[in-house]
Design a protein around this ligand. Structure first.
Ligand SMILES: *[C@@H]1O[C@H](CO)[C@@H](O)[C@H](O)[C@H]1NC(C)=O
Ligand SMILES: *[C@@H]1O[C@H](CO)[C@@H](O)[C@H](O)[C@H]1NC(C)=O
Length: 308
């Protein structure tokens, strides 16, 4: 009797410990079960998601994460120079939707991995003006102002979200866990949708001049894509809205409302290529541009450390 009762107790104890183990492993960040490599690859895009969330929130509503979801900032510094853009009600409505989607993306990533606080972001007009000057190889006069009107804001939206999209395409085959791949597929789907909406809105007016400049909207996209290809240093992974027939789908058409490779598959970029672009420096270990202090996370930090 004694023996059997104590073995029952031991049995129960073992079951309890087992249940406790199951329970804790299911409630802590599922990221703790992910391979280190997955964690790093899932944390990296937070850099871009923070950018997009702040840029869309401020552009459409004039306030950012500190007002909308302060818990997601992790205490990182507020962005520099972000403000409400002068948008029509249609574009403002679309950008507000994108803004809230980015809030969801930040939350989804942070549910899987610990992540890091919002990095310092330079979202000032001057920061975008510099990208345009670099893209055209001459200073635009007056300097490009992303917040001035619908067209300028949409052009500025062409600058970064697409880079995030190529990052998800690049990361997916490197991820080991199906949970990581599920998250990245979900992020990629909506980011691609945003890219398609932005490109379609721009495509409608591709042949119009961007006032007060002499260049058309198509030329702006071509120059921005050209700059990204140059900074990324890894061939053509970026295409404007109108391309030479050789770059169009099946080499049959110049209109290029969506970018894709020779099989019309989305281009992928590595974190290293992405850092070269978003720093505007062409070097993954030379921060600047939209990230004055550099990006965060093990991957970006690893490159920055190499420099020191
Ligand atoms: C933001 O970017 C602009 C343009 O590159 C630069 O002039 C300005 O100093 C930057 N601000 C900070 C705080 O880094
Ligand atoms: C806002 O944009 C509209 C049209 O896009 C333009 O006519 C107007 O001048 C802009 N307002 C300011 C303050 O820039």
């Amino acid at each position: 009797m004694e023996l059997s009762s104590s073995s029952t107790t031991t049995g129960l104890l073992i079951i309890n410990v087992f249940l406790l183990f199951l329970f804790t492993s299911a409630t802590v960040n599922s990221g703790s079960n992910l391979p280190k490599c997955d964690i790093n690859l899932l944390e990296f895009p937070l850099n871009l998601e923070y950018f997009e969330a702040e840029y869309f929130l401020f552009g459409s509503m004039g306030r950012g994460l500190d007002s909308i979801r302060p818990d997601l900032t992790g205490g990182g510094p507020p962005p520099i120079g972000a403000k409400k853009a002068n948008l029509s009600s249609l574009i403002n409505d679309i950008i507000t939707q994108f803004a809230y989607q980015e809030v969801g993306h930040l939350r989804a990533i942070k549910k899987m991995v610990k992540g890091f606080p919002r990095p310092l972001l330079n979202l000032s007009s001057e920061s975008f003006a510099k990208v345009m000057n670099d893209a055209f190889g001459i200073p635009l006069s007056p300097p490009f102002d992303p917040y001035a009107n619908d067209i300028n804001y949409l052009i500025s939206c062409y600058v970064i979200p697409y880079v995030g999209l190529t990052g998800y395409v690049g990361a997916n085959p490197k991820l080991q866990s199906p949970l990581s791949r599920k998250l990245v597929a979900g992020l990629l789907g909506v980011e691609s949708g945003q890219d398609a909406v932005i490109r379609t809105l721009l495509y409608e007016r591709a042949k119009e001049k961007v006032t007060p400049y002499e260049m058309t909207l198509a030329e702006f996209t071509d120059k921005i894509s050209g700059l990204r290809n140059k900074l990324g240093k890894n061939g053509v992974k970026d295409e404007g809205l109108v391309v030479s027939i050789d770059e169009g789908a099946e080499k049959k058409i110049k209109g290029n409302v969506l970018a894709g490779d020779e099989d019309s598959l989305a281009y992928g970029r590595t974190p290293r290529e992405i850092l070269r672009i978003v720093y505007g420096s062409g070097a993954e270990d030379v921060p600047g541009g939209f990230y004055p202090n550099g990006a965060d996370g093990a991957i970006a930090k690893g490159y920055l450390k190499r420099r020191r």
